[in-house]
Design a protein around this ligand. Structure first.
Ligand SMILES: [Zn+2]
Length: 98
């Protein structure tokens, strides 16, 4: 009774890949200490898209079957938006206040 559950795993993989693209573009920053991702520079979101495309072209990012480049750039945008309201590492902030 496995059913089709691949969708969720694929989305997790693609969100992780999108996060890497955003970090590489400088749109998001990852805390070296905690690994938390937070907003860095919204102007750099645009440069994440060509990075995504070149990673797909070079095979560094392998899209699940049925996915288009547009689907992936949509994920890039949504991962950015999910983190764009955080402008500091939440864990570092907690430590600073303790
Ligand atoms: Zn931190």
């Amino acid at each position: 009774m496995g059913g089709i559950k691949r969708q969720g795993g694929e989305m997790d993989d693609m969100r992780r890949a999108a996060e890497d693209v955003l970090i590489e573009a400088g749109a998001l920053t990852k805390c070296d200490v905690h690994g938390d991702v937070y907003d860095c520079d919204s102007d750099r979101l645009a440069s994440a898209y060509p990075i995504a495309n070149s990673k797909i072209s070079s095979g560094q990012i392998v899209l699940p079957s049925g996915w288009t480049r547009k689907d992936f750039t949509d994920v890039v945008k949504s991962v950015y938006e999910d983190n764009s309201n955080i402008d500091y590492c939440p864990s570092c902030d907690k430590n600073d206040r303790s």
